[in-house]
Design a protein around this ligand. Sequence first.
Ligand code: F6P
Length: 519
Amino acid sequence: MPTRCDQTDPWPLLQAHFTARGRTLDIRDAFAEDADRFAHFCQAAPHVFADLSKNLWDRETETLLLDLARACGLAQHRDAMFAGQAINATEHRAVLHTLLRRPAGLVLPGDVAETPQRLADVHTTLDAMLVYADAVRADDTITDVVNIGIGGSDLGPHMAVLALEASRMPTKRLHFVSNVDGHELHTVLKTLRPESTLFLVASKTFTTTETMTNARSALAWFAAGGGHNVGRHFVALTTNVDAAQALGITTTFGFWDWVGGRYSLWSAIGLPLAISIGSAGFRDLLAGAHAMDEHFRTAPLAQNLPVRLGLLDVWYRNFHGFTTRCIAPYHAALRRLPAYLQQLEMESNGKRVALDGQPLAVATSPVLWGEPGTNGQHAFFQMLHQGTDVIPLEVIAVRQPTHPLPGHHHKLLANALAQAQALMEGQRSDDGHRHFPGNRPSTFLLLESLTPASLGALIALQEHRVFVSGCLWGINSFDQWGVELGKVLARNLEERLESGDVAGLDASTAGLLARLRSM
Ligand code: F6P
């Protein structure tokens, strides 16, 4: 079990460093004092180049943060995850999304006894799923594929299908239905015909209300429209094959309880992406993620990009007290990335107790939010430049475009650079309205091109940086008990909406429920 960061020896040293220097560090001065600052704070990792130099830290800060990581036992906790130990302590489960992208037969030091069989099962399922994906691609009678799933069973595949639009098979339309709001499913269904549609019902548990409700409605629509052969038109992607079969869905691709929902893109949950980009593209995605896994697993902590990003996250959250991070992908195809990262970070690290169940003395997950650049510039970047809060910006840029239109891409990249530059440099003016204080931090992540491999690496990078901060905070990043209470209450209120019974409810809920019924 990792040691909580605030219970280690480096913690008070970091506090003293923050008071003495960190709080007032000016990035512009730091560049003037350190001619090699850019080179030092650049980090090449598989498929991703990072510039961390425009952040509110210096070499001493990073040295102390690395000491903190060592004192917390980060490397040991990381190795325990890769080895398959049950680090998801509240659910007594291993955390092995990395196994989903591990090449067949690869043995890692310390692998638990179950690993060879698990890895063989991963590849058997992957091979079958990719054969199926290619068969769907070759089947001209299927024109529309509808993924029904929510949370990790939606955000990953949806984000990735959009991101890899340039590699999408043009004759297949992909649709994603997640919300229990019937408007969403209805809007999709009215464009479809049963005989040319394939439904993928994606749910790790196969109990999630939204997904079960949408799946039942899709089955009813299929039957009402004269559809027959559910086995051909409905597929379940789940760890709960029995529940899928109970619903009448007999074609299934499975995965395992040691794959967290928000870490499941690499499993059968990735089937919509595999259909969209093909089996070779999906294998490239896995290879890119595996390359980042190997970087995280083997690079020294000081040259380890997920580690450096995770340490910076802790520095900002616990010392500077920044409460949010803004994500700005400078690539329109990455438009669902902020939503995907919200679940990854906030469901993983939005916790208030340590692994031992005791309340934490330090803050955890920041709020993540964002929009693609340049759109965000014309909406909320005003606040980044001149608002009262300092909000670290994470720019994600791609050097090579996949479109042929001249002129656009240089403008896009110039804007990405300009925003980071303006945040740091600021601009003096005697007119307060026109004054930019500057010294506002940003991180710049650069991909050569947006391919399955680079997307895989980028996502694995984000998974691992969340692991790093979660480890230092001493929390379980792999459970999500906080979403359960609302689900239970919704079931109760659904019955009360039918019956009108408001006995025992608080006055506000009772009043709203009565009003909803009277309307
Ligand atoms: O409610 C949160 C959650 O449990 C997420 O963790 C998960 O990704 C999502 O619901 C969907 O769960 P399932 O894949 O089991 O339907």
